[in-house]
Ligand binder design. Structure first.
Ligand code: FES
Ligand SMILES: [Fe+2]
Length: 366
């Protein structure tokens, strides 16, 4: 593998106009220094998808996930949704290892310290007579948590205003008649992939590869009328479905990317969320959740099975090309190439947001 190189090269992190843009250099696609910079300036500062509101319906329902590599827990309380670092203040144990229901308190799995649902420490096992120790001094670091169209997002640090993050999305969903808040959770799938998390997202953000990598998907989409728009914090790829398709019916397919790592793949009566998480050793985990409109009959079951089988075929094609691309990025051969302004504008938008966060990090760590 090539060395990590210099991550503070001002010229390659300068903003690039789309018309003459090049891809992000390979040096940003590997290494602990890049991962540390991204945890601080990307995952530690932006809104990320947690789950659907239908998965946290009652008081005490909670779920666990990560903001990048930070374990978090999000819980519905009497005062609304709350989110915390899922890291005990004693010796870093987890408060929960998977989703659960009806919690009245959060109990660390390691030595049993308990926290109230407002994040304050409630009890500390066998610590009553310990010098200079007061449970009132201890609480879990909290997150910002917001709900939008039935989707729950969380952020640590100083994220953009949530209203700016979601600007324009509700209006666009309404035009297509999509009501994400009415959908019901169906299934969770997770894929561990041998590539940097950005390699996977870059690939998601362009339809340029669809005719070459996804022959079956290409038949469903009208590639010529495939449109990609970029907005402040999200991009949108959309295409009318080829009419008469019996798997998805007719209507509009909307593929949202919300910086830095959330995708919403929306078809009539169906939502598939993707969350891309960095893993150690330059791997990533892509988590899919499938949601559907209320089941009307047996035909819906068959359609869901085919939808998930088809998604698996497309995902397999994407995983293989992403792992091949990562080998290319790691080869030492690659020098950042030119982007196609028409077909890779959303990728450019993603990389511009990354460049801005990298510049901010370098500025703060001079
Ligand atoms: S690490 Fe949580 S109680 Fe010890
Ligand atoms: Fe693809």
């Amino acid at each position: 593998m090539a060395g990590t190189g210099n991550l503070n090269m001002t010229a390659e992190l300068a903003a690039q106009p789309l018309a003459t843009a090049t891809a992000l250099p390979a040096v940003y696609y590997r290494g602990d220094a890049v991962a540390g910079m991204e945890q601080s300036s990307v995952f530690g500062q932006h809104w990320q998808y947690v789950c659907h509101a239908s998965q946290l319906t009652d008081e005490g329902d909670y779920t666990v996930t990560h903001l990048g590599q930070l374990p978090i827990i999000v819980i519905r309380t009497g005062e609304g949704l709350r989110g915390y670092h899922n890291v005990c203040r004693h010796r870093a144990g987890p408060l929960a290892q998977c989703a659960g229901k009806g919690a009245k308190q959060l109990r660390c799995r390691y030595h049993g310290w308990t926290y109230n649902l407002d994040g304050t420490l409630r009890t500390a096992t066998e610590m009553k007579d310990v010098a200079d120790f007061d449970i009132k001094d201890i609480r879990l670091p909290s997150l910002q948590v917001r709900e939008f169209e039935g989707l729950i997002f969380a952020a640590d640090g100083n994220p953009p205003e949530f209203e700016a993050f979601i600007a324009g999305i509700a209006e666009r969903l309404a035009i297509s008649g999509h009501r994400l808040q009415d959908l019901q959770f169906h299934q969770h799938l997770s894929y561990d992939i041998d590539c940097n998390w950005k390699t996977y997202i870059d690939n998601y953000l362009e339809g340029y590869h669809v005719p070459h990598v996804h022959p079956e998907l290409n038949k469903l989409l009208d590639y010529r009328s495939y449109v990609t728009e970029t907005h402040a914090w999200h991009s949108l790829q959309f295409s009318p479905l080829e009419s008469g398709d019996d798997l998805y019916g007719s209507g509009e397919a909307l593929y949202y990317f919300m910086y830095p790592n959330t995708m919403l793949n929306i078809l009539p009566g169906r939502l598939q969320t993707n969350r891309v998480l960095p893993l150690p050793n330059n791997r990533c985990r892509v988590e899919f959740d499938f949601f559907y409109a209320a089941r009307k009959g047996d035909a819906d079951d068959a359609r869901r099975i085919r939808d998930m089988e088809f998604s698996d075929v497309v995902q397999d094609e994407d995983v293989r090309i992403c792992e091949d691309v990562q080998r290319g990025l790691d080869s030492g051969s690659y020098v950042a190439g030119r982007l196609n302004p028409l077909r890779e504008n959303a990728l450019h938008h993603f990389q511009e947001l990354l460049r801005a966060d990298y510049r901010a990090y370098n500025e703060a760590h001079r």
